[in-house]
Design a protein. Sequence first.
Length: 345
Amino acid sequence: MNWLDPKPFLRGVAWLDDGRPVRADPADLARLPWDTAERSALPIGVRLEFTAEGAQSVELRYRASVPRETDALRALAHCFALWQGGRCVSETITEPAEEAVITIPLPTGSDAPFTIHPPQAQSPVIRGLRGVGGSLTPAPRQPRWLVHGDSITEGWWSTRPAHSWPATTGRLLGLDTVNLGYAGTARGELPIAEQLSDLPADVITLAFGTNCWTGIPFSAPLLYETTRAFLTLVRQGHPDTPLLLVSPVLRPGAEQRPNRLGATLAELRTAMEQAVRDRMDGGSGRSGGAPGSAASSRLGDKRLALLPGRDLIGPGQLADGVHPDDEGHAVIAAAVAEALRTKLL
């Protein structure tokens, strides 16, 4: 059996760098903060989708980075999760190896496409795949959904890559989720907005802001103007693409605590939401968030929607006071899916 080129089977891919999926434009890394560039090298959300005819299993040939023997991550196994029809069929686990072939059994009796979620932390690169006992065909393409955000969007504290809220929302709506979440960053970096503007997309969601409270502190007026500029740049490439902004979810330790520029997360969230509302209704930008701000550069944006994040999840759905647990990710996914379905799609 010959190995098949994985490229036609890959989904969730924004860019390829010498055949390796990456999540920022490799020709434009110099303009990005180092933490954004670093996180973009991880293949978050990248997966394989295919249909199988007569195949009892699928073999994957892949390469992955393996931590040193002394590294605590050395014991972290490689887990390949097989999904079909919105449910996890099986998980195949193998010991870490720089290059390996793994065999994943396939169930019989269903024509629905399969999805394989590879491990993410070791930056695996799929080199080839093939069906055992039958043939594999790339699954039909779905509408492309770009999702930009921070560690919550990246899926932190979800127990599996497929449990993150972007992955779950994509399954609910039948979208090809392209996860552009960058842990520790996503502070409204304008080069990222330009890159989003240049990427093909059928739907876009922005979900950043919590890292503007800490790390690099923002004032409310600064975040208002940053949000407005970010939206303007994205709209230059996607003037009519459905675009949903999700403001920061609950972060109890930051809600009423001022950062070094005197802004609480509640105030930053209000500023972001006001920037979106001003653009949606063509307001002057002087009604809140940033007194004296100029009017939106594109008035009356009817393909833009806002999902306020404050009340999406409660304290009991936070794993560490910042990041949702699996239940929290599922709740966010359902809310985002409903917002996209009712307001934009």
